[in-house]
Design a protein around this ligand. Structure first.
Ligand code: NDP
Ligand code: 2IT
Length: 443
């Protein structure tokens, strides 16, 4: 369709070199042709032209002093992408690979993901090219304080509510929240993922991983399958991977492999999560240390090899484009029947094509990993009413939200004659709500 081709061309030209952003936009636009045919009013109102352009992009200097007294300078980002259905909402990523294009791809995905949760949240994302690895606690604190010293003026509980992502967990949210509170002299729900004694929500820590398994469970149940007795491979060993693994065990499956950016471990008896939590959450060490404690487990260098491990279900939960065409072929050859994306855009377009061709049940990230931001939305609700719900209450809400997202994505796919294509279903369902709001609000 001409409109979509023109928009894609403009996105490529206007955002030269931003590869991941182009990839994320292309995937959504590819789903929208039948929607625009059915809704000429979206074309007339320039909805697609507007939705691919962030409402606001902020870049700033983040100076800080390291432990040896040397001044370091990083770059900070916040992309406020779309606020049609609520305040901007999305995580902050601290990783040396962060640049404007990465933050834009993540912010763009977040628009549709947040829409799918059914909660009133717009899309945004931010972060820095700061590398938290090997930094002391004092260095992390000074960096977070400096980052918030600029960011505070752009965010607020009704404006933009950041949270965690790669390299940003409870510790970093704490230092940033502390700095915000000092500068503004306000205790508000301006960040989510807060600690339980200072405004956080139960289940937020577990939410992305748990939600991923709730979603995959719905998807495979519809085809008469379950986690019971299934071998599961999960990439990454951070927040999403650890709590996905915990839920896999609760649902009767077995996790046989986990990874980090250096390599992966294979434990045929099932990975012992207590050990992983201690190594990664408390000691902040490498996944290779696992084999020092469990001598029967094996460690392999290189994180991509994890997809050659035989499994029934794969949950890529580390980073973008970590699962390519060869990896998808290896999974299919080994009999893997379902893939659920815990990370944002972990599968390349070629890998997704392989899954679809081979009838592997495929849960795209913007639907399957929405449990994290959904529970952030529930944290915002609790902050607004100055209350804290029990673990069971939040978990039940999360479960319902994930079941609803599955229902919405699969029914939308069916309605457009694309049965079982949850990529198209999620893209279209997420888009419709935002597009209708943009229409109502005027140009
Ligand atoms: P963490 O920082 O807790 O963990 C990230 C994990 O992925 C680590 O094991 C890390 O290994 C690995 N990893 C990171 N970058 C790379 C890379 N370039 N190559 C290989 N491995 C890598 O992050 P999260 O678990 O929070 O996030 C994981 C994914 O899930 C991201 O895509 C994120 O956007 C997505 N996500 C997170 C949500 C959340 O609530 N936290 C919600 C929805 C999606 P190492 O330690 O070696 O760097
Ligand atoms: O990618 C994501 O959805 C997140 N990192 C969580 C965002 C949030 O606001 O909780």
């Amino acid at each position: 369709m001409k409109t979509l081709l023109n928009v894609m061309e403009q996105v490529n030209n206007r955002n030269a070199g931003e590869r991941e952003f182009h990839q994320a936009v292309r995937e959504v636009l590819e789903s929208l042709e039948p929607v625009l045919e059915k809704h000429p009013e979206y074309v007339k109102a320039g909805i697609v032209e507007r939705i691919v352009e962030p409402e606001r992009q902020i870049m700033f200097r983040v100076p800080w002093v390291d432990d040896t007294g040397i001044v370091q300078v990083n770059r900070g980002f916040r992309v406020q992408f779309n606020s049609a259905i609520g305040p901007y909402k999305g995580g902050l990523r601290f990783h040396p690979s962060v640049n404007l294009g990465i933050i834009k791809f993540l912010g763009f995905e977040q628009i549709f993901k947040n829409s799918l949760t059914g909660l009133p949240m717009g899309g945004g994302k931010g972060g820095s090219d700061f590398d938290p690895k090997g930094k002391s606690d004092g260095e992390i604190m000074r960096f977070c304080q400096s980052f918030m010293t600029e960011l505070y003026r752009h965010i607020g509980e009704d404006t933009d509510v950041p949270a965690g992502d790669i390299g940003v967990g409870g510790r970093e949210i704490g230092y940033m929240f502390g700095q915000y509170k000092k500068i503004r002299n306000q205790f508000t729900g301006v960040l989510t993922g807060k600690g339980l004694t200072w405004g956080g929500s139960l289940v937020r820590t577990e939410a992305t991983g748990y939600g991923l398994c709730y979603f995959v469970d719905e998807m495979i149940k519809a085809k008469g399958k379950s986690f019971k007795g299934a071998s599961v491979v999960i990439s990454g060993s951070g927040n999403v991977a650890i709590y996905a693994a915990e839920k896999v065990y609760q649902l009767g499956g077995k996790v046989v492999a986990l990874s980090d950016s250096n390599g992966y471990i294979y434990d045929a008896d099932g990975v012992k999560l207590d050990t992983v939590k201690r190594i990664k959450e408390i000691e902040r060490k490498r996944i290779s240390d696992y084999t020092k404690i469990h001598a029967d487990a094996k460690y392999f260098d290189g994180f991509r090899g994890i997809w050659t491990v035989k499994c029934d279900i794969a949950l890529p939960s580390a980073t973008q484009n970590e699962l390519d065409e060869d990896a998808a072929k290896a999974l299919v050859a080994n009999g893997c029947f379902a893939v659920g994306e815990g990370a944002n855009m972990p599968s390349t377009p070629e890998a997704i094509e392989i899954f679809h061709k081979n009838k592997v049940l495929f849960a795209p990230g913007k639907a399957a990993n929405a449990g994290g931001v959904a529970t952030s939305g529930l944290e915002m609700s609790q902050n607004s009413i100055r209350y804290q719900w029990s673990f069971e209450e939040v978990d039940e809400k999360l479960k319902n939200i994930m079941a609803n997202i599955y229902k919405n994505a699969s029914e939308t796919a069916r309605a457009y004659g694309l049965e079982d294509n949850l990529v198209a279903g999620a893209n279209i369902a997420g888009f419709l709500k935002v597009a209708n709001a943009m229409l109502a609000l005027g140009v």
